[in-house]
Design a binder for this molecule. Structure first.
Ligand SMILES: *Cc1c(COP(=O)(O)O)cnc(C)c1O
Length: 222
């Protein structure tokens, strides 16, 4: 019951933020980030018509995808390790943080068909986080797009933590601008994965098409 009402609350906020930004709410999809929560919690959200789920750990993704109905769509949002590609590629609807050719090749070997991926942008240059420096992103997208079996469809970002969600606005704007410049170069970067529990409304204002929301749906992770 708690998940049902939390999910409804988040959906209402997404719609309000979309309207505020003059966007069609249908252009924003909620990814319920279920990492560390049991399959039962995912099933509870799925019973409320939640389709997209996000996981950060490869084996956890594999186990939940096996345990839950095939109609659910799984997003791998964690850092990629090539030796774990075999757990991810067979089940992922999207891989949100593909950085290298080496990673792409590991995924392709295990993917049943074309795999849609996003490239992560480390907009603030934080050493503790993955992602590419903005100036390297578009060239890398071009290289990765040429790999048979990989489709680069967008960019992902995770801005520096700040008490005030509005502080994330310049980072989201920068990543949206980068995607627009990519499209002008002919790279089909139509998807923007940005915004979490704390700042998804700000991300929607800056063009997010996927918001990755965990805590606001499932509660605090232990
Ligand atoms: C855990 C996680 C989220 C969800 O974060 P919340 O603050 O719980 O909404 C989103 N994106 C990534 C990459 C994550 O690892």
């Amino acid at each position: 019951m708690a998940i049902a009402s939390a999910l409804q609350g988040v959906r209402t906020r997404i719609e309000a933020a979309a309207r505020d930004a003059g966007r069609d709410p249908a252009g924003i999809q909620l990814i319920a980030v279920s990492k560390t929560f049991p399959a039962e919690a995912v099933a509870e959200a799925a019973a409320c018509d939640q389709v997209h789920f996000g996981e950060s750990y490869a084996q956890e993704l594999r186990d939940k995808a096996a345990a839950l109905p095939g109609a659910l769509r799984w997003h791998f949002i964690g850092r990629l390790q090539t030796n774990k590609a075999r757990y991810i590629a067979p089940v992922a609807h999207r891989v949100h943080a593909l950085e290298t050719v080496h990673q792409a090749e590991a995924l392709v070997r295990r993917a049943p068909g074309p795999l849609r991926c996003l490239v992560p942008v480390n907009a603030a240059g934080e050493a503790s986080k993955g992602g590419l420096p903005p100036r390297e992103v578009l060239d890398r997208c071009e290289v990765l797009s040429k790999i048979e079996g990989i489709e680069i469809v967008g960019l992902m970002t995770l801005p520096p933590w700040s008490e005030d969600p509005q502080d994330a606005a310049p980072w989201f704007a920068q990543v949206a601008d980068l995607a627009a410049r990519g499209r002008a170069r002919g790279i089909p970067l139509h998807e923007l994965s940005m915004g979490m529990s704390h700042d998804f409304e700000v991300a929607i204002h800056h063009g997010a098409t996927w918001v990755r929301v965990g805590t606001a749906v499932f509660g605090e992770r232990r």
